[in-house]
Write a protein that binds this ligand. Structure first.
Ligand SMILES: [Zn+2]
Length: 145
């Protein structure tokens, strides 16, 4: 029998935005997903960088994207170096490719289902988790389709 990971006792680390990541976190606070997109070649990238990782342009903007995508890769965490996550072990850490931003990969946890439900190719959608008054974290759950 596989049970749900217990996230209720996990105190997640609070993000520390920098000039490149601040627009992402500002949008996330309003439960809006934005991704950095190169205005020269059109490539999305995540996490944000000072230059396009595809063509090295510095003409980058954040654009709103839909929070639906596919599990690109995953790992099951049976041990954790960060003791704040011990209560949730075992849990699924997933890498997601959003439909709206092909090539850009987002990391998160798979919520609300047993960790054994994490499979490459499964459809997921963003699930927002408020960390405090300043930060809301995008995580994922299986898409209702
Ligand atoms: Zn580019």
């Amino acid at each position: 029998m596989t049970t749900l990971s217990d996230w209720s006792k996990v105190t997640r680390p609070i993000p520390v935005p920098n000039e490149w990541t601040k627009p992402f976190w500002d949008a996330a606070k309003q439960q809006k997903l934005v991704m950095q997109r190169c205005q020269s070649c059109g490539q999305f990238q995540h996490p944000p960088y000072p230059t396009c990782t595809h063509c090295v342009s510095v003409d980058l903007k954040f654009e709103p994207v839909q929070g639906k995508g596919t599990i690109y890769a995953y790992t099951i965490m049976y041990h954790t170096g960060d003791k704040r996550f011990v209560a949730a072990v075992p849990y699924a850490s997933i890498i997601v490719e959003l439909d709206a931003a092909p090539g850009a990969l987002m990391a998160g946890n798979l919520l609300d289902v047993p960790y054994t439900e994490a499979k490459v190719g499964r459809r997921v959608e963003v699930a927002w988790q408020k960390l405090n008054d300043d930060f809301t974290l995008p995580l994922f759950r299986l898409a209702k389709e």
